[in-house]
Design a protein around this ligand. Sequence first.
Ligand code: BGC
Length: 379
Amino acid sequence: MYAVWNSEKNCSCSRNRVSLGVFFYLGLLLTFFMGCQENNEKDELSSPSCEQYTGASDTKSGPGIAEPLDPFEQNSLLGRGVNLGNALEAPNEGEWGITLEEEFFDLIKNVGFNSVRIPIRWSAHTNIMSPFGIHPGFLNRVDWAVEQALSRGLMAVINIHHYEKLMEDPDAHRKRYLAIWCQLADHYKNMPGELLFDLLNEPNTNLTPELWNDLLVDALSVIRETNPYRTLIIGTAQWGGLGALDDLSISGEETNAIVSAHYYEPFQFTHQGAEWVSGSDPWLGTIWGSAQDYAAVEKDFDRLLSWSQENNRPVRIGEFGAYSKADINSRVMWTAHVARSAEERGFSWAYWEFAAGFGVYNPSSRSWNQELLESLISP
Ligand code: BGC
């Protein structure tokens, strides 16, 4: 949420990088070439198709999904979940301190979570030129993570996370974003219904609510080519919160989708002292727990529930959490209240996150933060 990571390792628009002598002219040529490509892109995308992007990687074998799934049932199976944050959505796994381990999945399953959301920075592991091939080694690593979850009876959600260039320049990155989904959808098409696709983490900045709705039409169409029955998760624009809920528009023909909202309210409490949020230091010391604080969460979730009923869409809180710099008692109360308020209304949830700055598990001491864990998984 409101992350300002600048470390994405790919450089998909390198036009302004080359400056001197022959490099300058090469740069101009490249600019011209890429400009043409982008123009062609828009024409081709009037009816997007995955034909040119698939077949690049081995397709996972499995039983697939034999019949349409009920997204409300799927949402209740997702139940209580946790985000495996700061691992595969770092520029490279391990660079933000978390490398996924087999044991994590055992721990998560054994304390009673039902699902994991696996945030993934595909944009750092995908070719910048058409046909935008995903690097096979990285795809194998994601396969491993998905299998770790599914083999233990945990539902798994994979997403596209931290695609910041898409947020900056949605037009230039539209084709690449769709190409990523074409490849993933083809690769995982035989996986069971316990694997769900979450289309994009927190659309923001220049990917406005209107443009997100527009991109969604094509994203749904390319995914449905190969995955007619898989349950999809769709988030709101403007950083994934409740603000853009009423702007979200999903075609009525799409009947197997769960709508996800991220919940970090009040932001000055949950993000106090967060290094990636400028101006958050003065918020340090903000506590939570007054009657008004409790009521504010109820009010937000009632609004979500009405939206869910009016639109006949199941709802999930795809991320929520309070940063470790906040007072632990407030964090515990807030976390319990958000989780219980979601459950009372039939929303699934996924805590942000497992073992980093918001972590419910401490990888150094190899122990759970017991109070936080109990606030999530109530006895
Ligand atoms: C972002 C993370 C951030 C978290 C809380 C997530 O969606 O991807 O980088 O730590 O929200 O702000």
